[in-house]
Design a protein around this ligand. Structure first.
Ligand code: NAD
Length: 458
């Protein structure tokens, strides 16, 4: 596919198309966003089918986290685009009198979007919404690990967009590697830390800016002052949605010792309520993406397993699992789990929980369940993470007005809503001077001018 792409010179054609200036008008961008919205709706049944085949994704999960999130983001973007795309007045100093200053957003050019497999529609299409809104051409490389969804995305884009404007390139690692040799004006990557480093290294050769949407171990603190039933439902939802294969899934629980037993009982009841006694036969529970990830996760099923059970290699099925009395040295605490296993660690004082979090890499998300305002304030002030959601899990991801991204090891840059527009725009600063008043003190010959310059401008 890549050879075909390069032989027909699509990247060069995208640069040529960009130079025509067609993508610059707000009206053009809004039309394209509407087309994209329509295309997603039209292909909804194929999207559901593909997600079922790739991940066993239940239709409700597919709708809410792959279709609805994208259509809502498009609506939000269309609503605000006129304002975002207008030049913004900036102040100038009296020393520049008379002058005016403005900041003009302008598109970057041709951008590359490399997606991950766990939400294979939204992780490609949400960045695309930002790229279109900001007036760019785009090449999308979906993950080869969700091949059915990759195909649907390719068909959908091919049907509705000219390749010199938006194109999908399907393929595996070699395809990514070949694409990364090319010069783009921005690379937007979603995936793991190891590949993120490869992407950044390749981008550095062309001085291409990158957005890296990575992962990490996102802690979930549960303290005493709390509505346990609601907390349990929200934790189980966030952890076992898409069988735990979410970058913002709570990775592990940090629970106050005083409520641990109560919480664990409530979590167990909640799991049964959600998926019944045999989650394997529940239509509402997804599967692991492939054998490699299945085997990686099975190795972590060790220790004081509180709830869990039989796995099934034929279906890549791993049941919702809770492991109690986990220590930081256990294998399950080494890397991001990215699957349906929830380790539980207890603490006696919130300072201990904060210190534990701060001894690890900065996570993508942090969750805190507590009504205590002082405790909320302490956790917010004393920890660093890509984002925080208090008294729920993952929901901050769905709010278009909140920039989404990691910090330090969990990512570089952010997107969603205005943040996507900013990511794919260059903000050009323009100072407009008048011909009135020309301060000759600035011009050579300089002799004798310095004291006057100090007095006037210093
Ligand atoms: P991955 O890093 O293995 O792959 C992502 C993409 O990189 C794929 O398209 C793949 O083809 C490409 N790729 C793989 N090897 C490559 C190489 N050697 N050179 C160039 N490209 C290569 O990630 P994944 O397994 O698809 O996703 C899992 C990770 O992604 C987790 O860490 C998860 O937390 C993270 N993630 C983050 C977000 C977010 O929004 N921050 C969302 C979803 C997933």
């Amino acid at each position: 596919m890549i050879t075909q792409l390069l032989s027909t010179n699509t990247i060069a054609k995208q640069y040529d198309f960009f130079k025509t200036g067609k993508t610059k008008s707000t009206a053009f961008r809004i039309t394209q966003l509407k087309t994209l919205r329509q295309a997603i709706i039209e292909h909804e049944p194929n999207i559901f089918e593909a997600l079922k085949a790739d991940l066993g994704k239940p239709v409700l999960e597919a709708y809410s986290s792959e279709v609805l999130i994208v259509t809502k983001e498009i609506d939000y973007t269309i609503k605000h685009l006129n304002v975002w795309n207008k030049p913004k007045q900036a102040g100038t100093s009296w020393q520049m009198f008379p002058s005016s200053a403005k900041i003009y957003p302008e598109p970057l050019g041709v951008v590359l979007i490399i997606g991950a497999w766990n939400y294979p529609v939204q992780l490609n299409i949400l960045p695309l919404v930002g790229a279109i809104a900001a007036g760019n051409c785009a090449i999308i490389k979906p993950s080869e690990m969700a091949p059915n969804t990759s195909r649907v995305i390719a068909e959908l884009i091919e049907k509705h967009f000219a390749p010199e404007y938006i194109t999908v390139v399907e393929g595996g690692v070699e395809t990514s590697q070949q694409l990364l040799k090319e010069k783009f004006n921005h690379i937007f990557f979603t995936g793991g830390k190891a590949i993120g480093k490869i992407v950044m290294e390749a981008a550095a050769k062309h001085l291409t800016p990158v957005t890296l949407e990575l992962g990490g171990k996102s802690p979930c603190i549960v303290d005493t002052d709390n509505d346990l039933e609601t907390s349990a439902r929200r934790i189980i939802w966030g952890k076992f949605f898409n069988a735990g294969q979410s970058c913002v899934a709570p990775d592990y629980l940090l629970v106050n010792k005083r409520i641990k037993e109560n919480l664990l009982n409530t979590l167990e009841n909640c799991l049964k309520e959600f998926y019944g006694d045999r989650p394997a036969s529940s239509p509402d529970y997804a599967r692991i993406i492939n054998q490699k990830h299945y085997e990686r996760l099975v190795k972590l099923l060790d220790g004081d397993i509180r709830i869990g059970g039989e796995t099934n290699p034929d279906e890549f099925y791993i049941p919702p699992t809770i492991i109690d009395n986990v220590s930081w040295e256990d294998p399950v605490m080494e890397e991001e789990i990215f699957g349906p296993i929830l380790p539980v660690i207890e603490y006696t004082d919130i300072s201990e929980a904060i210190a534990l979090i701060n001894s690890r890499e900065k996570p993508l998300a942090l969750y805190l369940f507590s009504k205590n305002k002082n405790l909320q304030k302490r956790v917010l002030q004393e920890t660093s993470s890509g984002g925080v959601c208090i008294n729920d899990t993952m929901k901050h991801f769905f709010v278009s007005s909140l920039p989404f991204g990691g910090v330090s090891e969990s990512g570089i840059g952010s997107y969603h809503g205005k943040a996507s527009f900013d990511t794919f725009s260059h903000y050009k600063s323009v100072l407009h001077r008048s011909f009135l008043f020309d301060l000759k003190l600035l011009y050579a010959p300089y002799e004798g001018k310095l004291p006057w310059l100090r007095r006037l401008l210093g």
